[in-house]
Design a protein around this ligand. Structure first.
Ligand SMILES: Nc1nc2c(ncn2[C@@H]2O[C@H](COP(=O)(O)OP(=O)(O)OP(=O)(O)O)[C@@H](O)[C@H]2O)c(=O)[nH]1
Ligand SMILES: [Mg+2]
Length: 262
């Protein structure tokens, strides 16, 4: 029987002294800078939000290191195949490796339901309760982790909210970042959303089973990724058929072992 936990920050009481609403950047950092635009409008400079996130991400990194847990952050546009890739990935890694998942969506527990089939504990974070955030921030990961049996885990996989922009900006304390780009999205996305491709260590080019039906230039997609990130590990695969999964799983297992033997 799959075990799953559904976590919604607004429904919890105060966690670790933090308020349970998603704080406005100005609440969290009363010393924010305020400048006036030419038209006289106030612009709040929220740079410190990212600084605070970085500090929380480092605390997460220390927490996960203390428990010898490898953390993978999986990001992509909505519908590129994060959940489907992860279902197959969990099937391959478990039970040798004890895995858990934190999955972020604006609404619903649909992905948690699908991922729970693996038998891994799953924590669903619904961001609509705190402003509909398009990413998971480090403090959200810390709170969601408190729901997991950290002493009994080897791997924590985070399926981030479907978005190619915001999740790239928020370090969550992960060991590896992976972006999924599916064949139906077009080859130019790495050029249009470069930060995501610059910061990830691997790209999964998913849905290659659809290539016969698409006007898609796989070499151009690879060239565009390499233009942004020359050393990027690139895996062409299909989460539907399982084609191409072996090299991806080998890369992931190697990264996990490196962490475990560190
Ligand atoms: N043909 C084909 N379809 C796929 C593949 N991977 C995923 N899909 C389909 O693509 C759709 C979206 O897949 P999901 O795994 O839900 O995508 P996601 O990135 O998790 O989506 P969000 O969580 O909403 O951002 C589903 O209908 C999947 O069955 C693939 O390799 N080939
Ligand atoms: Mg999903």
């Amino acid at each position: 029987m799959p075990f799953s936990l559904f976590y919604t920050p607004m429904r919890r009481h105060h966690d670790h002294g933090r308020p349970h609403h998603h704080p406005h950047p100005a609440d969290e950092h009363p010393d924010h800078e305020t400048i006036r635009s030419g038209g006289g409008r106030e612009i709040k400079v929220v740079r410190r939000v990212l600084d605070a996130n970085d500090r929380m991400a480092e605390a997460n990194r220390r927490l996960f290191a203390a428990h010898h847990i490898f953390v993978l952050n999986v990001m992509s546009s909505p519908g590129s195949g994060k959940t489907t890739v992860l279902m197959r990935t969990l099937e391959a890694l478990m039970p040798e490796l004890r895995c858990a998942v934190i999955v972020g969506d604006i609404c619903s527990t649909l992905d948690a339901d699908r991922l729970s089939v693996s038998g891994a504990p799953v924590v669903q974070v619904n961001t609509d309760e705190f402003g509909g955030d398009c990413h998971l921030a480090a403090h959200v990961i810390e709170r969601a982790s408190a729901e997991l049996p950290l002493d009994d885990l080897d791997v924590l996989i985070v399926e981030n909210v479907g978005n190619l922009v915001c999740p790239a900006e928020f370090d969550i304390g992960e060991d590896r970042r992976v972006v999924i780009l599916s064949t139906t999205e077009g080859e130019e996305k790495p050029i249009k959303y470069p930060l995501m491709f610059r910061l990830c260590q691997a790209t999964l080019l998913n849905k290659i089973d659809l290539l016969p039906y698409l006007d898609y230039d796989r070499q151009l997609a690879v060239d565009n990724i390499r233009q942004i990130h020359p050393d990027m590990a690139i895996f062409e695969l299909s989460a539907k058929t399982g084609e191409g999964f072996a090299p991806w799983l080998a890369w992931l297992r190697e990264a996990i072992s490196a962490k475990q033997s560190a």
